[in-house]
Design a protein around this ligand. Structure first.
Ligand code: TYD
Length: 205
């Protein structure tokens, strides 16, 4: 491939996307692709420091500040990791990206969606994922899977997480070609099969 691919994995906390991302990574590597696994917030380097603040800072974090910290992490991540790897023909699998900010800061925190879209566009310098998986799960199940040790975002409450879920579904409704919704309550192997099927048809298109 001249230009690689940028594939993002999205969904509620505890939806199982990281497991699926790693399984897909193994699958693609076995097929001979050069794969990079990365995440937001908190890829290597500066991102790790931003992640620590975003998930563990115990003082007041205003909603706008929170959005800007995720966006700062994204700008650094796109410039330093994603764009160079895609430019070298690699397949980048990224755990969370722009749709998380729309779902969490936009729908969850109630910030203006158009403004979040604009800021996302600035943070990515216009780069968009080629394909996105949203692992959909009801809030009760996702909260049970997360357990009692919750980070700052996971502690935001049921109403918040319900809005996040609806936000993701709305995003998928608006962009059905890019965003594929997967029922995250199915078994891990069944979900993997579905992911592979989607990837195979995407790669052969
Ligand atoms: P993480 O531990 O990576 O959660 P998960 O394993 O579920 O992906 O924590 C990331 C948290 O940050 C998660 O609760 C979602 C949230 N988040 C946002 O609110 N906005 C964003 O733009 C991003 C990238 C993540």
């Amino acid at each position: 491939m001249d230009r690689g691919l940028f594939i993002t994995f999205e969904g509620a906390d505890g939806c199982g996307k990281t497991t699926q991302l790693n399984m897909l990574s193994e699958y693609l590597k076995e097929k001979g692709f050069d794969v990079v696994v990365t995440r937001e917030p908190g890829a290597k380097g500066l991102g790790e420091k931003l992640r620590e603040i975003l998930l563990n800072y115990e003082g007041v974090v205003s909603d706008r500040c929170e959005a800007f910290l995720f966006l700062a992490d994204r700008a650094q991540h796109v410039d330093v990791i994603v764009k160079p790897a895609v430019g070298l023909g690699k397949i980048v699998l990224c755990d969370r990206h722009t749709d998380s900010t729309v779902a969490y800061q936009g729908y969850g925190r109630g910030q203006d969606i158009d403004r979040i879209n604009l800021l996302n566009n600035i943070a990515t310098d216009g780069m968009k994922p080629d394909l996105t998986f949203v692992f959909d799960i009801d809030v009760e199940t996702s909260q049970q899977r997360v357990g009692s040790e919750k980070d700052r975002m996971e502690s935001a409450g049921m109403d918040f997480h319900n809005r996040v879920r609806q936000g993701y579904l709305k995003l998928a409704e608006n962009e059905p070609n890019r965003i594929k919704v997967i029922d995250a309550k199915k078994s891990i192997p069944d979900i993997h099969d579905e992911v592979v099927e989607i990837i195979e048809s995407f790669l052969s298109a």
